[in-house]
Design a protein around this ligand. Structure first.
Ligand code: 8YV
Length: 317
């Protein structure tokens, strides 16, 4: 009999779904009519869980899966899984470490250029026929140059470093903050987030959100100031979204590029209505290449755990 696998999020790569289906009996939690009743009836038979970085898995669900041998996160963020609980239970929690670094960094730079150059507002201007109605060059305000900006990176892990490489190629001066300075990073370390914000033109959030909820608040945004930009490709809850919305609406910061939000898929109306913001629907890792690589890592992690091995990508065992 094939092992029973519970999948909490859709996987968009057909070849990965085919392989999962050939190796396991896959139960798609998101398609069940009564998920709670299903869990009560079948939870004890589940050997593996696949979930998304943003979705994670709740402790109450974990407690209903006594035979579970692995939680494979199809992503790098594990802030929605209680790692301490899993560690105590001896349960491997795996992530797709390294698979999405380049795509997330690409989107961070894309969002920053889009925010500085008002790309989406410009697109709407042309698409909506406004150019013909207002052909004078002054109809669109001048934008900000990205090349040469002072960029502050919050979280100098894999993604932060990949953003730094890209920004340096645009002639940007890079500074960063993290829990501690990194011996192998040549860029300038600034211990305090507000101090970093005061000293750069753009802050790019690349940090894990496990213990950093709301670190970007009104004080940090005011330090960034009316010529400063914010980009978030990490987790929405790193930012106090109410403070950010107020700062954008009042022009206390210049603009933002956001891929992640506090309560996805709900995005505050004031953010959706602001021309200062470029928005994406949590898409930083959403390419065929990266999602295929992530799916292959998930397959490998589940196979290793069910073969009785320690999964190479385990963060807890
Ligand atoms: C994905 C993510 O959107 O890696 C993460 O932590 O949030 C994203 O890459 C998600 O995990 C896809 O399931």
């Amino acid at each position: 009999m094939k092992p029973q696998l519970l999948q909490l999020n859709p996987i968009l790569i057909p070849a990965i779904n085919d392989q999962l289906g050939s190796l396991y009996t896959v139960h798609k939690f998101f398609e069940l009519a009564d998920p709670a009743a299903w869990l009560r009836a079948h939870g004890a038979s589940i050997a593996a869980v696949i979930t998304g970085g943003h979705t994670g898995i709740s402790q109450s669900m974990l407690e209903q899966l006594p035979a579970l041998r692995v939680v494979a996160v199809n992503g790098v963020g594990t802030d929605a899984v209680d790692l301490a609980y899993c560690r105590a239970r001896g349960l491997p929690v795996t992530a797709t470490l390294g698979a999405l670094t380049e795509d997330v960094a690409d989107l961070a730079i894309g969002l920053l250029i889009a925010a500085c150059r008002n790309l989406c507002a410009g697109d709407r201007f042309v698409r909506g026929g406004q150019w013909e109605l207002h052909p004078q060059p002054s109809a669109i305000p001048l934008a900000r140059r990205f090349s040469g900006m002072r960029v502050g990176i919050v979280g100098m892990g894999r993604v932060g470093r990949a953003v730094a490489v890209r920004a340096a190629a645009f002639g940007c001066a890079i500074s960063y903050t993290d829990l501690r300075p990194m011996d192998d990073v040549a860029h300038r370390f600034v211990a305090g987030l507000a101090e970093l914000a005061a000293d750069v033109d753009a802050l790019v959030l690349c940090a894990a959100a496990d213990t950093a909820e709301g670190i970007v608040n009104a004080a940090v945004l005011d330090a960034l100031g009316p010529r400063g930009f914010l980009v978030n490709v990490a987790r929405g809850r790193l930012v106090n979204e109410a403070d950010l919305t107020e700062a954008l609406v009042a022009g206390r910061i210049a603009g933002a590029g956001l891929d992640v939000f506090v309560d996805e898929p709900r995005v505050p109306l004031a953010l959706r209505q602001s021309d200062r913001v470029t928005l994406q629907a949590h898409r930083a890792s959403a390419t065929w290449e990266t999602r295929t690589a992530m799916g292959e890592m998930v397959l490998a992690s589940v196979a290793q755990a069910l073969a009785g091995e320690r999964p190479a990508m385990s963060l807890t065992t």
